[in-house]
Write a protein that binds this ligand. Structure first.
Ligand code: FES
Ligand SMILES: [Fe+2]
Length: 325
């Protein structure tokens, strides 16, 4: 996973599930992703540069274009065809919401549908991609969990006095997400007040939190003043214990609060989660009976059940449209 803007000038290197890939923008403006290994002498292609949308290997200058096609072998004499094996075996890559989405195999699910993205009443805000020393399973579990708010998020919105989680009723949410609806009282201090546009010291947020397999979590936050703040939390496995993290925000505000100011609040919340998650060792066991879970963990238990079913090839209970922009 990378941000679209990261591909403006150079190829980017990304590691997914332990394997290295290169991604670049081709001569037609599309995104190409392929193993980060030149078929000639295995130099990392991400060391190369872009020449007119062609990726030029840094070692002997072979060039690759749309679809990973090798378009030039500089050492070859005129008229000599490019060897068929010189073409790269690309993997699925698509751009959506300012991000590059990749899948090394056949996708078992699509990219989540976020209709707010096409709604002119909403603006979209992107942040950098961070690398966390945390397992993608622990991150997804955390983003589905609200019982940590009064303990982990006391520096932002968490209220130490509100520890009870109301009864969680799981069900389908809009746009193919699956999760629950709830109300939560939050502290609304300086950063939060700027993000919410409300001055009260404590606010009630109406929220939904749900997942889209494998590791995407969406939280929708509705404030009393009509402001909707939609958060897409995206965790990508680099390997078992390392993950990429980024989030995307959509808001129907009046577009006057500067982007940085809006994002500072959500970034501070993410940093609180990160601090905790980077101290929890190992991966989260997918077998739900391996750990003690209570009713507040219901969403995570169901997410793990469906993830395991997906990994075992069972038909998916959560549907979402696939496609590319
Ligand atoms: S290793 Fe890439 S061109 Fe030789
Ligand atoms: Fe959190």
């Amino acid at each position: 996973m990378a941000r679209s803007v990261d591909l403006a000038r150079d190829p980017a290197a990304v590691t997914l599930l332990g394997d290295a890939y290169v991604i670049w923008r081709d001569e037609n403006g599309g995104v190409v992703a392929a193993p980060d290994r030149c078929p000639h002498r295995e130099a990392p292609l991400s060391l190369g540069r872009l020449v007119g949308g062609h990726l030029e290997c840094a070692y002997h200058g072979w060039r690759f274009g749309a679809g990973g096609h090798c378009v030039l072998v500089p050492s070859a004499n005129e008229g000599v065809p490019v060897p068929p094996k010189a073409h790269l075996s690309t993997v699925h890559a698509a751009e959506r919401y300012g991000l590059v989405w990749m899948c090394p195999g056949e996708p078992a699910t699509g990219i989540p549908d976020i209709p707010y993205d096409a709604d002119p009443a909403y603006r979209r805000l992107n942040v950098d991609v961070e690398q966390w020393q945390a397992s993608v399973t622990r991150m997804t579990d955390n983003f589905l969990d609200i019982s940590h708010f009064p303990f982990v998020h006391t520096g932002t919105f968490g209220r130490a006095q509100d520890t009870h989680v109301p009864k969680i009723e799981l069900g389908p949410l809009e746009d193919g997400f699956f999760g629950y609806r709830y109300e939560v009282e939050v502290n609304n201090d300086a950063l939060g007040a700027s993000a919410s546009g409300l001055a009260a010291k404590v606010l009630t947020r109406r929220m939904t939190t749900g997942f889209h397999l494998p590791f995407t979590v969406r939280s929708t936050i509705h404030y009393e003043n009509g402001l909707d703040h939609i958060l897409l939390l995206l965790s990508t496995p680099v390997d078992d214990l390392t993950s990429l993290f980024t989030f995307v925000v959509w808001r129907n505000d009046d577009f006057t609060v500067p982007t940085d100011e809006v994002l500072r609040f959500d970034k501070a919340i993410g940093a609180e989660d990160r601090r905790m998650l980077e101290r929890v060792p190992g991966v989260l066991p997918l077998d739900a009976t391996a750990l003690v879970s209570v009713q507040a963990d219901k969403a995570s238990v169901e997410w793990r059940r469906r993830l395991v079913a997906m990994l075992e090839g069972a038909p998916l209970p959560v549907a979402a449209p696939a496609g590319t922009d």
